[in-house]
Write a protein that binds this ligand. Structure first.
Ligand SMILES: CC(C)(COP(=O)(O)OP(=O)(O)OC[C@H]1O[C@@H](n2cnc3c(N)ncnc32)[C@H](O)[C@@H]1OP(=O)(O)O)[C@@H](O)C(=O)NCCC(=O)NCCS
Length: 169
């Protein structure tokens, strides 16, 4: 688990571990069908398992959403993001995830960081591309209750430490 004292700052955002007091804001994201268009809702506990960070706008201090850098096996992390719709389109996802990616490869010594989404989630795929992840594969899953667009499959994007830093762990 990532130590709580780690706190990232970007030009416009502060990223910090989720607090109990963020619960309403975290669940509130799931109330917007557009935010959840390519996602199934999760119970609140899911976000408090380590690796989830609140993103706060430095000015005026609003909760923008969350970023995740979840440990998935030895030296491997999954990066993800979910922002309130009012915050979309101004580069916040790219800004926050670039900082998190850097932390993963430097402070945490990750050897690989990957991201997954539905193939039709073009916004999220664009963020993956902008932070330097590369498309690794498209997989097709038999979901019991598939979301519209699932027939196009799920995509995995990834970046290795060697690719990112130009040197092995
Ligand atoms: C995905 C998400 C985090 C992106 O947040 P954001 O702050 O708007 O992202 P950014 O502004 O950094 O970048 C978005 C990019 O997608 C592009 N984009 C926006 N709408 C698009 C669309 N309909 N199709 C393709 N690209 C699109 C933007 O132009 C931008 O790229 P550019 O800088 O090259 O122009 C946000 O839309 C979100 O929270 N979505 C709901 C949750 C979700 O789907 N999470 C991912 C699940 S794995």
């Amino acid at each position: 688990m990532i130590p709580v004292e780690i706190l990232l700052e970007t030009d416009r955002l502060t990223l910090r571990p989720l607090l109990d007091s963020d619960a309403e804001a975290v669940l509130g994201l799931q109330d917007d069908p557009e935010v959840m268009r390519y996602l199934d809702p999760s119970p609140l506990e899911r976000f408090y398992t380590g690796g989830f960070y609140a993103a706060i706008e430095k000015e005026p201090g609003r909760f923008v959403g969350w970023f995740a850098l979840e440990p998935k096996g030895e030296d491997e992390y999954e990066i993800g993001w979910r922002l309130y719709r009012w915050a979309w389109g101004s580069g916040y996802a790219t800004e926050g995830s670039l900082a998190l990616l850097h932390m993963g490869f430097t402070d945490l010594g990750a050897s690989r960081v990957y991201a997954e989404t539905m193939a039709v989630n073009t916004r999220s795929r664009r963020v993956m591309e902008k932070i330097g992840l590369r498309h690794v594969r498209t997989l097709f899953v038999d979901w019991p209750d598939p979301l519209p667009g699932s027939d196009q499959g799920e995509v995995e994007y990834a970046l290795t430490r060697v690719e990112y830093l130009g040197q092995p762990a």
